[in-house]
Design a protein around this ligand. Sequence first.
Ligand code: FES
Ligand code: FES
Length: 170
Amino acid sequence: MQVTMTVNGSEVTREIEPRLLLVHFLRDVLELTGTHWGCDTSNCGACVVLMDGEPVKSCTVLAAMAGGHAVRTVEDMERDGELDPVQQGFMEEHGLQCGFCTPGMIMTARALLDANPNPSDDEIREAISGQICRCTGYTNIVKAIRWAAGQQKAAVAEDLERELEIHGDR
Ligand code: FES
Ligand code: FES
């Protein structure tokens, strides 16, 4: 069968087997190996990508089901050479060790901050509760997401300040 979807802003059409999972479509067909495949039983969350802005475990979605939808993977997080604040947060707060869970954590965090720019620690923990990290113990992951939230808030305040200066309101 043929499937067409948008992946990281570009429309792609491929001939696939109906049983192909989205995680394998991304990794093996499109060679976007940033999305990890950890368990295949919907437990680990390493495979999380965004579908129409919502985090989904791509090992539980058929590629055919993603037809007509917009998929975003970790490869799309860096824009014009600049890392997403969530990626920066993981660097700043050392939110990873082996990095296997990191792409999924980053995508979930991105969706969280898009929906709730100022989450509490409990809300962060709840958002990543479907994802397993075998290394860091979660504390630094929560710190990394909190760092990203603070960074975004500061960037918005800076933009506002600049706007006010441009319009001579100050
Ligand atoms: S590979 Fe999808 S949840 Fe583990
Ligand atoms: S950093 Fe190793 S699994 Fe999370």
